[in-house]
Design a protein around this ligand. Structure first.
Ligand code: NDP
Length: 282
């Protein structure tokens, strides 16, 4: 009980000391959001639009991007441009950053959010899929981050990485996906240190999300788990605020922070809960 109380006090102290968010700081901000045709990325595009930002959105489906961009303009975006790109290719990640730099004249926020589709099943030995998923969910992130770094350095900008509780805590049925999120946390965690040591202007925010009610996620877990799902629009707003206030980490919903801590302190109990939170009969 004492440990639990200490964790709660530490958690509340972090919340209370978090810097306050100034919505005006996003007016005219030059933003790239990846994976913005649907889900959390689409919701982030709409929030940035309401704040009056200049947005470049990307994903593979051009027609859907066009519709999202139109809605962004109607919500108040100063600019809403789109570029179709497949993050599994060598050249597309760089091309998206080049497009944004050219059209916006620089960059204040690079929000890396896209993920390739991946099955929710027991690992079946498909190494090729994992290799492909690493390209989409990890290598394209580091490629885009590097390409945008000089511009972010100039603008005192921010890199926002959308990660997952599954990047801190291995879980069944998603081994390839979990691996890509662990890779992101490792890489961008190391980069946070390096930028701080170099006294860089660029901030990195790593966002740890629990289950969010996007269509793609719900389709996978419906009937399989009763873990509560949180609203994509609220997750999206929390990610944006974390980036705008240059905080190094977000845990959304709040209890993902407690889960992250408890898995190291009480591994046996945590493993019991993980393995029993799915309807699985061998
Ligand atoms: P979705 O599956 O709803 O959206 C994924 C986005 O990525 C789409 O816009 C999709 O568009 C795009 N995309 C897919 N493949 C590629 C590709 N090869 N190249 C470029 N873009 C691609 O994801 P969510 O909104 O659910 O998740 C968003 C982020 O939040 C992810 O980083 C995810 O890991 C994280 N997260 C989500 C959770 C959840 O429960 N939803 C939980 C924890 C973390 P298109 O098909 O048009 O290319």
């Amino acid at each position: 009980k004492i440990i639990l109380a200490s964790v709660c006090v530490a958690f509340l102290a972090v919340k209370w000391t978090a810097p306050s968010f100034d919505a005006d700081s996003l007016r005219g901000a030059r933003v790239v959001v990846t994976g913005a045709s649907t889900g959390i990325g689409e919701q982030m595009a709409y929030h940035y639009a309401r704040f009056g930002a200049q947005i470049v959105i990307t994903a593979r489906r051009e027609k859907v991007l066009q519709q999202v961009a139109e809605k962004c303009l109607s919500l108040g975006a100063q600019k809403a441009l789109y570029i179709a790109a497949d993050m599994a290719t060598e050249s597309d990640p760089d091309e998206v950053v080049d497009f944004a730099l050219e059209k916006l004249g620089g960059l204040d926020y690079l929000v890396l959010n896209h993920i390739g589709p991946s099955p929710f099943t027991l690992w079946d030995g498909d190494v090729e899929h994992t290799r492909w998923l690493m390209k989409v969910n990890f290598f394209s992130y580091i490629q885009m981050a590097w390409k945008a770094m000089a511009s972010l350095e100039q603008s005192k900008g921010s890199l926002v990485i959308v990660s997952s509780l599954l990047g801190k805590m291995p879980s069944p049925f998603v081994a390839p996906y979990t691996s890509t999120k662990f890779a992101l946390n490792g890489f961008f965690g190391a980069l946070q240190h390096e930028l701080a040591m170099k006294k860089s202007n660029v901030s990195i925010s790593i966002c740890t999300l629990g289950l969010i009610d996007t269509e793609a996620a719900m389709e996978k877990v419906r009937g399989v788990t009763n873990v509560p799902a949180y609203p994509a629009t609220d997750a999206a707003l929390n990610i944006i605020i974390t980036g705008a206030t240059r905080q190094p980490e977000l845990f959304y919903p709040w209890f993902t922070h407690i889960v992250t801590l408890s898995k190291d302190w009480f591994p046996a109990i945590t493993n019991y809960f993980i393995q029993n939170s799915y309807n699985y009969i061998p």
